[in-house]
Design a protein around this ligand. Structure first.
Ligand SMILES: Nc1ncnc2c1ncn2[C@@H]1O[C@H](COP(=O)(O)OP(=O)(O)O)[C@@H](O)[C@H]1O
Ligand SMILES: [Mg+2]
Length: 299
């Protein structure tokens, strides 16, 4: 989420837990094992709600990805099967952000020590928020931006292209005008949205309820949701019709879509189709997914 201060980015992110689907028993056990190792189990000894972690940008490398002399899970593992919210993303040092790239791909993190290496699950949904520039008002409809253009570019380059490429949904969060804020017309409630999300998740559970391949490296890599799909599942479950094929072919050229970007778009389109209750990915679903790709590839 990119937008000026006060637009509601932090508010939106903090509302996420209210629309997340239930933890399945399988997921609950995975998460509970991590919290047990971290000595962070809740009083009932079982984690039953999806984690929501929002570490401060001063967090250390080991605090985020895990480590220490007696290796402990980092925030990316504490957020397993839940949300990792990084507010004010550019404030996290680039070194800290770059180490997340591998776990985002692998959904596990391996910590190497002289005595050997240790792997923790780290299959999380990354949610990040940032202002567009240091003053915060670049592109704002009312307040002029006071940053030099080179400062804006430098600020945005703090997030590398490869990290941006791994973020599926890029959205601008503009300021909300007074009229909308003061009107008593309420938006949709989190409860109503959560029902829709749960239905989409149920479709995914049914889709992947086939026996998982016996060769998986780690049980936490079981395919439970669309985001977990690997190339094989993508081929099987994200088939496009002819119109979709030609749309994505055109996009690959025009948007300079990487192979990773291509697979990510298909998975997102699958989820948009699931939210719409459709078995087949339609062109509109694909077009929506493409529209969330980063507009500018920075860095
Ligand atoms: N869309 C909105 N609807 C209602 N209140 C809002 C909205 N956007 C912002 N606010 C109010 O403004 C405050 C600041 O929003 P915040 O999420 O901190 O903005 P940001 O993180 O984008 O700087 C919120 O706590 C909330 O009270
Ligand atoms: Mg904020």
């Amino acid at each position: 989420m990119v937008g000026p201060p006060g637009a509601g980015k932090t508010l939106l992110a903090r509302a996420m837990p209210g629309i997340l689907p239930d933890l399945s028993l399988e997921e609950s056990l995975e998460v509970t094992r991590i919290y047990s190792v971290a000595d962070a189990l809740p009083p009932e000894m079982m984690v039953r709600t999806r984690p929501f972690r929002s570490p401060h940008h001063t967090i250390s490398h080991a605090g985020l990805v895990g480590g220490g002399n007696w290796p402990h899970p980092g925030e990316i593992s504490m957020a397993h099967r839940g949300v990792l919210f990084l507010d004010e993303l550019p404030e996290f040092g680039s070194r800290v952000l770059e180490v997340m790239r591998q776990p985002i791909e692998d959904k596990v993190v391996t910590i190497s020590r002289a005595q050997g290496s240790l792997t923790f699950p780290a299959n999380f949904m990354l949610v990040a928020a940032m202002n567009p520039c240091p003053c915060g008002y670049y592109g704002d409809s009312l307040k002029p931006c006071t940053c030099a253009p080179s400062t804006v570019t430098k600020y945005q380059k703090r997030i590398s292209g490869p990290l941006l490429d791994r973020i599926d949904i890029h959205i601008e969060v503009p300021r909300v005008d007074y009229q909308k804020l003061s009107s008593d017309r309420l938006g949709e409630s989190s409860d109503a949205i959560r029902k829709r999300v749960q239905a989409a998740r149920d479709r995914q559970t049914a889709r992947f309820a086939i026996p998982n391949s016996p060769k998986i490296k780690h049980e936490s890599m079981n395919v439970i949701s669309n985001a977990d799909m690997r190339v094989g599942e993508i081929r099987q479950f994200c088939k496009l019709d002819e119109a979709g094929e030609s749309l994505i072919r055109a996009a690959m050229g025009q948007m300079n879509l990487s192979a990773r970007g291509y697979h990510r778009v298909l998975k997102l389109a699958r989820t948009i189709a699931d939210l719409a209750g459709c078995d087949q990915i339609q062109t509109t679903h694909l077009a929506e997914a493409l529209q969330y790709r980063p507009k500018i590839m920075m860095g």
